[in-house]
Ligand binder design. Structure first.
Ligand SMILES: *Cc1c(COP(=O)(O)O)cnc(C)c1O
Length: 347
């Protein structure tokens, strides 16, 4: 088979959700963030597994993402939309029964005028300056919107992946100043915020990356194996080059395996030169540049020609690969392309 296989361990995702749920008190509900097709892993399968494990609230980035999710989960699950109620979203929000996290006075107005009585949440800006209602606007409107019964009042931390960053405490203080005493449920923490401790947990947490095995949840169970088929192997002599631009030049005779996956599959070009793939537990370095559909690997130290080599698995997670490409695990995950066969099983 010419395509690479991405194996996604749903049991590991469920175990990670349970482990993060276990970091908070029983009074704090743990939701699941499944935006961007569950970080590239397949929203229908991932969300169904989490629903079966007890997750009841799911977050997506935009209303369109709610369609596949509603189909997978049926009418019961609560689907919340971070981008709120944007122009043109009204029919989707009504039709799919979505709960928009309203981000501005403009969105609040749009929501109550077009869907009077429909459920909503509110997103406050506590310092990240990306989405949400600013403190001075909030002071002006809170007594008008709170009586309409938002189902959630939330904000998002900018620096929660670094537990020593003083801005976490500053955002927490601002969130408390803006929301202490309200009766609506509150939410501040994503994966990083859960790990910052109980003061950040409030009524609901919103983990994403930790479910999928990424930093900063260091205790996560690995979720992925990405196994790339070898198309061809060849000997190269000392002084021969490999790949575009000849950036690899053999300093001694060796053997090169050519694998079926490249930057069009999310194995971004920036990882050339640094990254390794694995034959069992044995690392094999990339040799030369990443092509659109192909990778070349130095296998001179292996005894036999392999049929497959793993670029993600027990020996190399998304963050390890991200480090070798100068990016973050989130970007590696969400770049995993549509050409992979997605296989849902243990890794
Ligand atoms: C993406 C996102 C999350 C999940 O963040 P992770 O770091 O992946 O856990 C939570 N809340 C908001 C507002 C987000 O945009």
């Amino acid at each position: 088979m010419g395509t690479a296989t991405l194996t996604i361990d749903l049991d590991a995702i469920v175990a990670n959700w349970r482990a993060l749920d276990g970091r908070t008190d029983a009074s704090t509900e743990t939701a699941a963030v499944v935006k961007a097709d569950a970080y590239g892993l397949g929203i229908a399968r991932v969300a169904s597994a989490l629903r079966d494990a007890g997750a009841r609230k799911f977050f997506v980035a935009v209303a369109e993402e709610g369609a596949a999710l509603r189909q997978a989960l049926g009418p019961e699950a609560e689907i919340m939309v971070f981008s709120g109620h944007m122009a043109g979203d009204t029919d989707l929000i009504r039709g799919l029964g979505l709960v928009p996290m309203l981000n501005s006075i403009e969105q609040i107005t749009r929501h109550v005028e077009t869907l009077p009585g429909a459920r909503f949440g509110l997103q406050l800006d506590t310092g990240m300056n990306r989405l949400g209602i600013e403190p001075d606007e909030w002071a002006a409107i809170r007594d008008i919107v709170l009586p309409r019964g938002p189902v959630l009042v939330m904000s998002h931390l900018a620096c929660a992946d670094d537990r020593d960053d003083a801005r976490n405490a500053r955002q927490l203080r601002t969130f408390r100043e803006m929301t202490d005493g309200i009766s609506a449920p509150r939410s501040l923490a994503a994966t990083g915020g859960i790990l910052l401790g109980p003061g950040f947990h409030f009524d609901l947490t919103r983990p994403g990356i930790g479910l999928y095995g990424g930093r900063p949840f260091a205790d996560a169970r690995p979720v992925l194996r990405l196994s790339l088929p070898v198309i061809q192997c060849r000997d190269v002599a000392s002084g021969e080059i490999v790949g575009y631009g000849g950036s690899f030049e053999a300093s001694a005779p060796t053997r090169i395996a050519t694998l079926s996956a490249g930057y069009a599959d999310g194995l971004i070009r920036a990882m050339g030169g640094e990254a390794v793939v694995f034959h069992g537990a044995v690392p094999c370095p990339l040799a030369g540049r990443v092509s659109m559909d192909l990778l070349t690997v130095d296998i001179g130290h292996l005894d036999t020609d392999p049929s497959h080599l793993d670029i993600l698995g027990r020996h190399q997670g998304v963050d390890d690969l991200a480090d070798s490409a100068g990016t973050i695990g989130y970007e590696i995950l969400t770049s995993l392309g549509p050409r992979y066969v997605r296989n849902y099983a243990g890794i």
